[in-house]
Design a protein around this ligand. Structure first.
Ligand code: OOG
Length: 254
C-alpha cells in the first residue's frame, strides 16, 4: 500500500516523484500489475469508475527506446475522460504529453487467451479518433517498465472525437494520421504503428487479461496505443489530430 499511496499522492499533489524501482530494484512486472490493480481499487474507493483499458508501448520505436519487447496495459477511469469543448487544465497535471490513438468501443464481452485481431473487430461497435494525455508521475518521465506499469501506464486524461464509425469498412492499419500543435505539424503516423494493426494491440491486451481470468466488458472503451511519439503541451496550446476517413479530434489547454 505504501507504493500505491506514494503514487496517488504524487498525482493528487501534482508533483514528480523518484521512481519506485530506485527503492525496490527487484520489482517484477507481475508485482507491478498487482500494484496497479491496488491503485485502481483505491481510485474506485474514492468514487471513480473503470470505463476501459489503454495500451502503452505498442510501437516498435517506443519499445526500443525503453529496451523492452512487450506492450503494457492500464485502466481508463471515468474521471480521465476530457471533452473537446472544455479546455484541459494544466494546473491539474504535472508535465503532460499528447498522443494520437484509435479508440475502440466494445459491444460485447470478450475474454480468452487466444483472441485474434479479427475477434476484436467482431465485437467492436465503433472506432473513433482519440488523443491520450499521458502524465507520468515520475521525475522527467523516466522509468523502467515495472515503474510505469505500477503508475497505471502514465494515464491521465483522454479525449474522444465525435465521429464514431463501424470498423467494418475501414482499413485501420493503413489509416494515416497527422498531429499538429497550434496549427503546426508535429508528428505523422498510421494505424500500423501500433503492433502492425490497432486491433492486434487490443487482442494482445485481451489475451494478457485472459491469463488472470479477466477480459473486456460490453461498453468498455479501449485506447489501442500511440500512433506516433508523444508531444508536450503548455497552457494556451491546442492539439489537433486528423485521421484519414476517421475525422479529427482536438483539445486546448488552459
Ligand atoms: C508510457 C505510456 C505510453 C503509449 O501509448 O505508448 C503510452 C509513457 O510513455 O509514459 O500510453
Amino acid at each position: 500500500m505504501e507504493i500505491v499511496d506514494y503514487l496517488l499522492s504524487a498525482e493528487k499533489e501534482r508533483r514528480e516523484v523518484v521512481k519506485v524501482t530506485d527503492k525496490y530494484p527487484n520489482l517484477t512486472f507481475e508485482e507491478a500489475y498487482v500494484l496497479q490493480e491496488k491503485l485502481i481499487q483505491k481510485k474506485e474507493q474514492e468514487g471513480a469508475r473503470r470505463i476501459g483499458l489503454k495500451l502503452g508501448l505498442t510501437s516498435k520505436a517506443k519499445q526500443q527506446m525503453m529496451g523492452v519487447h512487450e506492450a503494457i496495459y492500464g485502466y481508463l477511469m471515468d474521471n480521465m475522460l476530457a471533452l473537446e469543448w472544455e479546455p484541459i487544465d494544466f494546473n491539474q497535471l504535472i508535465h503532460p504529453k499528447a498522443e494520437p490513438e484509435i479508440a475502440f468501443f466494445i459491444g460485447e464481452d470478450l475474454q480468452g487467451t487466444n483472441i485474434t485481431a479479427a475477434d476484436v473487430l467482431q465485437v467492436t461497435q465503433y472506432v473513433a479518433p482519440a488523443i491520450e494525455v499521458i502524465d507520468s508521475r515520475y521525475l522527467d518521465f523516466k522509468f523502467t517498465l515495472a515503474d510505469v506499469i505500477a503508475d497505471n501506464c502514465s494515464s491521465a486524461r483522454f479525449v474522444v472525437g465525435s465521429k464514431w464509425m463501424s470498423p467494418a469498412g475501414l482499413d485501420l492499419g493503413n489509416l494515416g494520421m497527422i498531429m499538429s500543435k497550434n496549427g503546426e505539424l508535429s508528428t505523422v503516423g498510421a494505424g500500423a504503428a501500433v503492433l502492425g494493426h490497432p486491433a492486434t494491440s487490443v487482442a494482445w491486451a485481451v489475451n494478457k487479461l485472459g491469463e488472470i481470468g479477466k477480459g473486456l466488458k460490453k461498453g468498455d472503451i479501449v485506447l489501442s496505443g500511440a500512433i506516433s511519439e508523444a508531444i508536450s503541451f503548455q497552457p494556451g496550446d491546442s492539439i489537433l489530430v486528423q485521421f484519414a476517413e476517421l475525422g479529427s479530434v482536438s483539445f486546448t489547454c488552459k
